[in-house]
Design a protein around this ligand. Structure first.
Ligand code: CA
Ligand code: CA
Ligand code: CA
Length: 255
């Protein structure tokens, strides 16, 4: 108890000693100004769009170019592209979603055609529709060498598709559901694939697909960098929470 009282005494003395300094700071720097300092003076923040509708899901490349989805009206969604100085509308105003871009400013996204989604590709000058069917295609991504991957349904299973600039081919096992592909600059592709006992992580080296994991974990959302390192989230059996895993080409680590 005595020790506690001593501490309180020290605290009171400390407050008394610094109170004039605290008051001086508050008087010279009101809260409103402090906020303004944080927002505009410490950082160079540019508001690209100031519109009476939602602009969301932005994606930025290594050259500072940005794509996003702008909802110009009810039921509308268009792809917008900031090239570093000017904003361009790339798509029509219909249901265009989830744009992604490579470092050359080439853009891919999914578009609802009224019945199902298709994959769209802007090559820097024109827009090309890569799929045309009655099933959904989703989550396209594009690499710096212009290759595009996505997952698509065929009426029975979800599979991974790759467009190399000329042709489209399925690169996952059609017997199993495969989803959420990512691709790096050298064309290596990762995805999750359900082998009947939970999802596994697969790595495609440009020619063949290899299973990175083989366990009863649930593994989702793999990402791959340009070194070929792969990270994903995994959950063991009935474990309540997910952990983060890293595969560096040799060893899988848990973080
Ligand atoms: Ca489709
Ligand atoms: Ca269609
Ligand atoms: Ca697994």
């Amino acid at each position: 108890m005595i020790h506690h009282l001593d501490l309180r005494g020290d605290s009171v003395a400390t407050v008394k000693r610094f109170l004039p300094l605290v008051l001086l700071i508050l008087i010279s720097c009101p809260l409103k100004d402090a906020y303004a300092l944080t927002v505009s003076d410490m950082y160079d923040i540019t508001k690209l769009v100031n519109a009476p509708y939602d602009n969301r899901d932005p994606h930025i490349n290594n050259n500072g170019q940005i794509v996003w989805e702008g909802r110009k009206g009810p039921g509308e969604a268009a792809v917008f592209f900031f090239d570093g100085s000017t904003i361009h509308q790339i798509s029509d105003n219909l249901a265009n979603q989830r744009p992604r871009m490579n470092d050359s400013g080439q853009i891919v996204w999914q578009r609802l055609d009224g019945a199902d989604t298709e994959i769209m590709f802007y090559n820097g000058s024109t827009v090309k529709q890569l799929t045309d069917n009655s099933y959904d295609e989703e989550v396209p991504v594009i690499s710096n060498n212009g290759h595009i991957v996505w997952h698509g349904f065929n009426g029975t299973k979800w599979s991974i598709y790759k467009y190399d600039g000329t042709t489209t081919k399925m690169i996952s096992d059609p017997a199993h559901d495969a989803k959420n592909p990512q691709i790096n600059s050298s064309g290596k592709i990762v995805w999750q694939q359900n082998d009947g006992q939970g999802d596994e992580i697969y790595l495609y080296d440009g020619a063949t697909a290899t299973r990175v994991t083989n366990n009863n974990f649930t593994e989702y959302y793999p990402m791959i960098n340009d070194n070929g390192d792969v990270a994903w989230q995994g959950r063991f059996g009935n474990e309540a929470d997910f952990e983060t895993y890293l595969f560096d080409g040799l060893i899988i680590r848990v973080h």
